[in-house]
Design a protein around this ligand. Structure first.
Ligand code: TXA
Ligand code: MG
Length: 314
């Protein structure tokens, strides 16, 4: 049976979603980045169900979504730098990894038993309404089977996980389109763990130059290098034209079969990226070739996702 889809701007739908979460259910919620698969962060049974629904490795910890700074402070240590970043960019596409408080209502399974927790206040009105109705932190990875293309519409969610969750809140297409930027603030030092929907330069204006997480398989940020975001077709990057059996995802002057942004706007390209990969993949090509994307601003996050989509698969 596939889960019901309710409009995310309906107060009844939000109340229903909060009730399901309290009972240990799984609810897909829209955020400004991608759709998240939400569960009660304190409920180990619900979180175990979430990992199983996604087929996600348990050593890959989840982000706890909070309404804002006040809720965050109940979960993690809150150094001045975290406060400055949260005041500048929350609610929004910035995740902060901080030392976990012992009393935090987050089960060990949710943060893979680490001493730290990733926290984010999402910018979508429906996510905020759900957090307010629920009244506590919600863990939410992207609402897709692990390793695949992230969902930016409710129908992407129902295509991938519809039979494995309890309710889908439809809040329309995500406006940012790539996941949040993840920054660790540990031992007074800020490190970029994952480029994302908030440009690095905007963060560095506050933190100064960020350290970049080492490119190892070690779970400093386990989502970082392995094959991820992958469509069924193989991927070929920095292509200027399609070869035999390929479709071309264009950018700027390289039109392709589908263009991420004819005007070369990186924000538009980020917002369209995952839907475009799904659309081209659905035509059943051997491979998806992708035009070069400038590695600046949001291009850093787009190229990160493309490189992982193109990485060797098991
Ligand atoms: O935009 C987003 O961040 C979306 C929406 C739904 O909020 N969520 C999302 O979650 O992308 P997920 O689970 O796909 O990515 C979480 C990332 C992973 O790379 C994970 O390894 C990292 O955050 N992470 C979580 N907790 C961590 C921790 N304690 N230390 C280091 N990295 C952590
Ligand atoms: Mg994900």
């Amino acid at each position: 049976m596939t889960a019901p889809v309710l409009p995310a701007d309906s107060p009844d739908a939000i109340a229903r979603a909060a009730a399901l979460l309290r009972e240990g259910g799984l609810v897909a919620m829209p955020t400004e980045t991608v759709y998240g698969l939400a569960a009660d962060a304190s409920n180990a049974v619900a979180v175990a169900r979430l990992y199983a629904a996604k087929g996600r490795p348990r050593f890959n910890p989840l982000i706890a979504h909070v309404a804002g700074i006040e809720m965050a402070k109940r979960l993690v240590e809150w150094p001045a730098l975290a406060d400055e970043l949260a005041r500048a960019f929350w609610p929004g596409p910035l995740t902060l990894v901080l030392p976990k408080l012992k009393a935090a209502p987050i089960c060990d399974l949710a943060n893979a038993g680490l001493d730290s927790v990733a926290i984010r206040a999402p910018g979508h009105a429906a996510a905020q309404a759900l957090l307010a109705a629920f009244g506590g932190p919600l863990v939410a990875p992207s609402a897709n089977p692990s390793g695949g293309v992230s969902p930016t519409t409710a129908s992407h969610v129902s295509d991938g996980l519809g039979d494995r969750l309890d309710l889908i809140l439809d809040g329309g297409a995500c406006t940012v389109g790539v996941e949040s930027t993840v920054i660790a603030i540990l031992d007074g030092r800020a490190t970029l763990l994952r480029p994302g929907g908030l440009e690095r330069s905007r963060i560095e204006a506050i933190t100064g130059p960020l350290a970049i997480a080492g490119h190892s398989e070690a779970p400093t940020s386990p989502g970082m290098l392995a094959s991820h975001y992958a469509p069924t077709a193989t991927m070929r990057l920095n292509a200027t034209q399609a070869r035999d059996g390929e479709v071309l995802l264009g950018f700027g002057a390289i039109q392709g079969d589908l263009n991420l942004s004819a005007s070369g706007d990186l924000a538009e390209a980020a917002a369209k990226l995952f839907a475009a990969l799904r659309q081209l993949d659905a035509s059943g090509p051997k491979s998806i070739a992708v035009a070069p994307i400038p590695d600046e601003g949001l291009g850093e996050a787009i190229n990160d996702r493309l490189q992982r989509a193109a990485a060797p698969r098991d």
